[in-house]
Design a protein around this ligand. Sequence first.
Ligand code: FAD
Ligand code: HEM
Length: 404
Amino acid sequence: MLDTKTRDVIKATIPVLETHGEQITKRFYEMLFDAHPELLNIFNHSNQREGRQQTALANAVYAAAVHIDNLESILPAVKQISHKHRGLGIQPEHYPIVGQFLLRAIKDVLGDAATDEIIQAWADAYGAIASAFIGVEQEMYEEAGQQPGGWTDFRPFVVSRKVRESDVITSFYLTPKDGEAISSYRPGQYLTLKVSVPGQAYTQMRQYSLSDTPGKPYYRISVKREDARENAPAGLVSNYLHNDVQEGDTLLASAPSGDFMLVIDTERPVVFLSGGVGMTPLMSMVSTLLQRRPKHHVTYVHAALHGGVHAFKSTLEGLADEYENTSYYAVYERPSHEDKAYRHFAKEGFVDADWLRSIAPLDAEFYFCGPVSFMKAVYRILKGLGVDDAQIHYEFFGPQGSLA
Ligand code: FAD
Ligand code: HEM
């Protein structure tokens, strides 16, 4: 427990640190990787480049500092981060290293304004925040290891099948190399892959949502190939998986993690909205929900550029045909003639409020995932329609950001 004086110093200096937050975290990462290049094996380089990781870390540290009197109140946010950390294999011994460079970065950016008293107060606060994370993560490692078929680090999986799902999305069926059982998961959770891409100095970690229903002898992930665009090279890991990894090859994965989870026993209708490859966690959710509750009122909306990049069409058609209270709509930004004739084609352009209200019950639980622009639009529409935050559930395919 921090003493009153320390807490007062923290509270008094939060506004200053917040103003310089991203400068501090940017400096922090520069110094951290300079001194500990081995940590480049864990951090996602693309998220660093876009600054999303810096923002996420700065926000988390300040949110924790603001609630330093009562860290319990931010436990849900800690858990979301800790799921990521557990999937990546972050260990207690990493925390003092991060703390050391965070303090050095504060000192570096603030200069003389960062007195010894201020630095000591932040060292104590970091210690309290770090022990909250370490505690939550230790429990998560234990839980992952104790589950039937569970494990705690990275386990080798053989790609038993590789299946093309659309022009840009391919599924990989992963069967454990040791032939033993694999742990179950909650629909919405993801695997973290640790990949050595030829020619790269560091290993690459990437998360991929589990796209099939749990309870199978394999895990299925479905990966979009991130092609090169103007000023942007092709995505490293997705292209490696698509182009180089073949059936019979081995991939390393940690046990399923993540806090984007379907609540199966809800009395409310359920509406799923996916954009592009953001459909992967929702495919697991919708299929599991209907398997367990065939009469439930379910609406599935998928938004894609056009039919050629729309994966899992036949799965969604099958669900809409088989389950009487399930409806499914395709929204294409630029539909071809053929797309317009598709029996589930509902709208050209984008999902909008009037259209959504006409097809979906507003008292539903809403689950959505897709590109950040899609998620922001969906969130704005739902809030505009008066949907309560408690009914809104979403996943970012990158560091958590703000949708507001
Ligand atoms: P990276 O090499 O990481 O590049 C990412 C993007 O940055 C690319 O568009 C690339 O063009 C661009 N870029 C790279 N370098 C530069 C540069 N120098 N300048 C400008 N732009 C650049 N993905 C899926 O396909 N399926 C899933 O089910 C899925 N689930 C996810 C679940 C979670 C919880 C999270 C966090 C992510 C998920 N992702 C999923 C995303 C996935 O983890 C990867 O981020 C994605 O595959 C891209 O990785 P990459 O290595 O191919 O691209
Ligand atoms: C991710 C906060 C300690 C490594 C994150 C994220 C946050 C965060 C907010 C983004 C979560 C998301 O994806 O939404 C913190 C805080 C820490 C801490 C507040 C200290 C109290 C550490 C430590 C390490 C670490 C000690 C290990 C060296 C990572 C990595 C990621 C991550 C590798 C994923 C990065 C990415 O994919 O871009 N952390 N973290 N963190 N953290 Fe931490």
